[in-house]
Design a binder for this molecule. Structure first.
Ligand code: NAD
Ligand code: MG
Length: 402
């Protein structure tokens, strides 16, 4: 029996994780759960999974949850609030597995704590790795933690790698295993064929309607701008110890192939399946075993097309920014990620246009790209400065509109 901590339990990845857990009560015990503020959803999860500890970051929400748990005679469930409490549940001695599924750089410190405390870390929170890069990988090297990718592309790549590479995440050299390229697939999102002159009028609802995947709102917008693929490009660099030229983005609108590894003898190994995050989650939870995930087997006879293409940077300027950031260094990656969290939030709140997202991101990335990052405090400081600069740029755009 493994004790599990789910960070970001009320989100889309949280849902999928708990659905896999539900199918294997003999293997996994939910020890702790966290969310930002969703009292009602957390209450339902508490009733079903009976965790020992729950964290709601917002103090008022934590108090409200505690009152409701007491009223249901669930007073033995301990409720904490605040960011330190996330770090505490992620590093707790009684937990072996941590699902890192908070959205954004807020997931960094708890995820890093789980790594430093030798957990099996299931990494969905790509922003944590994008924003800290080498610092994260060094922490992994200096620990006994096991890092398993949940992002479907990185989980697919992991599954296509030889065991030596799988056992030395972030450290093995791909040339030692005859690997020539990592092919990172992406659907192109909901606006792959939308005329560019309509991009100014794209609404949050349209941007969140992904053709193949059902996800949280932030990553849905990132998928529409392909910033998600850009963040994944940086994530792949760190997870698989790559140079930017080792990675090729391949558009594949059907999302059936989740990514591929090309070897120097001409072989290409792909991982396929229905687009459902329970597959990579079940894979990482059980690795190296395999368990049922609830995902339907892929039906090749009803599959329509199998298309591939190149991503066009005029359509996806955010993808280019992220690849440029990856080539530039940690300052650019940390600043770009922070700016993107602010610009996407401003778009979702209808303050800026869809096409303004890349403008805010580019401005902030240029401003901070030469900043040196050598420790986690540098990351936290730059993240804050970049957010401030992005807020200022959003305000400027709002003034222009008024
Ligand atoms: P979501 O918005 O559905 O859920 C986010 C979770 O994080 C919620 O539980 C929320 O309460 C919590 N949260 C939000 N802000 C927080 C904060 N400041 N502090 C603490 N907790 C906070 O997001 P999601 O789609 O589940 O994505 C989670 C992560 O997984 C993201 O990093 C995303 O890029 C990654 N990911 C998601 C998918 C997917 O299919 N949804 C696929 C691959 C990777
Ligand atoms: Mg992905």
């Amino acid at each position: 029996m493994q004790n599990l901590c789910v960070l970001g339990a009320t989100g889309s990845i949280g849902d999928s994780t708990l659905d896999v857990v539900r199918r294997h009560p003999d293997k996994y015990n939910v020890r702790s759960l966290s969310a930002y503020s969703s009292v009602a959803k957390m209450l339902t999860l508490c009733q079903e999974f009976l965790p020992d500890i729950v964290v709601l970051v917002k103090p008022d929400a934590a108090k409200a949850l505690k009152r409701q748990l007491d009223a249901l005679s669930l007073e033995h469930i301990v409720v904490h609030s605040g960011e330190q409490a996330l770090i505490d549940i992620a590093s707790c001695d009684k937990t072996q597995v941590v699902m890192s599924a908070i959205v954004g750089a807020s997931g960094l410190l708890p995820t890093l704590a789980a790594v430093k405390h030798d957990k099996r870390v299931l990494l969905a929170n790509k922003e944590a790795l994008v924003t800290s890069g080498q610092i994260f990988i060094d922490a992994l090297k200096n620990s006994k933690a096991e890092l398993l990718p949940i992002d479907s592309e990185h989980n697919a790549i992991f599954q296509c790698l030889p065991e030596y590479q799988q056992r030395h995440i972030g450290q093995a050299r791909i040339e030692d295993s005859g690997i020539s390229k990592i092919l990172l697939t992406g659907s192109g999102g909901p606006f792959r064929t939308t005329p560019l002159e309509q991009f100014d009028d794209i609404t949050p609802a349209q941007a969140c309607a992904h053709p193949n995947w059902d996800m949280g709102r932030k990553i849905s917008v990132d998928s529409a701008t392909m910033m998600n693929k850009g963040l994944e490009f940086i994530e792949a660099k760190w997870l698989f110890n790559l140079q930017p030229d080792d990675i090729q983005v391949v558009l594949h609108p059907q999302s059936t192939i989740h990514s591929m590894v090309q070897y120097k003898d001409g072989s290409v190994i792909a991982q396929m399946g229905n687009p459902d995050m329970r597959t990579p989650i079940a894979h990482a939870m059980a690795f190296p075993d395999r368990i049922e995930s609830g995902v339907e087997p892929f039906d090749f006879f009803s599959c329509k097309n199998f298309e591939f293409g190149q991503a066009d940077f005029a359509r996806y300027p955010n993808l280019k920014l992220a690849i440029d950031a990856c080539r530039s260094g940690q300052g650019a990656c940390t600043a770009l990620n922070a700016a993107n969290e602010i610009s996407v939030d401003a778009f979702l709140n209808e303050k800026i246009k869809f096409t303004d997202i890349s403008k805010v991101n580019e401005h902030v990335m240029q401003k901070f790209m030469d900043v040196d990052i050598t420790c986690i405090d540098d990351v936290v400081a730059l993240d804050r400065q970049a957010r401030d600069a992005a807020h200022q740029w959003v305000s400027k755009l709002l003034e222009q509109k008024a």
